[in-house]
Design a protein. Structure first.
Length: 133
């Protein structure tokens, strides 16, 4: 048998990201590198593909300290603020009901006309006369 397959795994360090963070060791904001140690499947000592993540950490580029990923959330100023929901309502209630549109006032100076009026029967007149026969 001459066939000999050499395979195995090996760890390899990869950079998953970088940026600025507040380093607990330096007590200041310094650049960091987010590193991943990944285990690669190798064939003939050639890494083919990663099989698992062995370790993942943040490395300070200033003091070379290694920290957990959670260090990125430490020491940061609080986020959010002032983005609540807008105030609801606001002057859009139902329109006021009623309002000067009642029934018109009844009556109003139009009663029956006044009866009588100074024209009584004109009786009598100068009777008799002065002709005595
Ligand atoms: Zn540091």
């Amino acid at each position: 048998m001459l066939g000999l397959i050499i395979w195995g795994t090996r760890g390899q360090e990869n950079v998953a990201g970088q940026g600025q963070f507040w380093c607990p060791g330096c007590s200041q904001s310094v650049p960091y590198v987010h590193k991943k140690i990944q285990r690669y499947f190798t064939l003939y000592f050639i890494p083919l593909f990663p099989t698992s993540t062995v370790a993942e950490f943040i490395e300070c580029q200033y003091c070379r300290g290694k920290f957990q990923l959670g260090v990125l959330q430490m020491g940061m100023p609080p986020q959010g603020g002032g983005y609540g929901p807008p105030p609801q309502g606001g002057g859009y209630g139902p329109p006021p009901q009623g309002g000067g549109s009642g029934p018109p006032p009844q009556g109003g100076g139009y009663g029956p006309p006044p009866q009588g009026g100074g024209y009584g029967p004109g009786q009598g007149g100068p009777q008799g006369g002065g002709s005595g026969w």
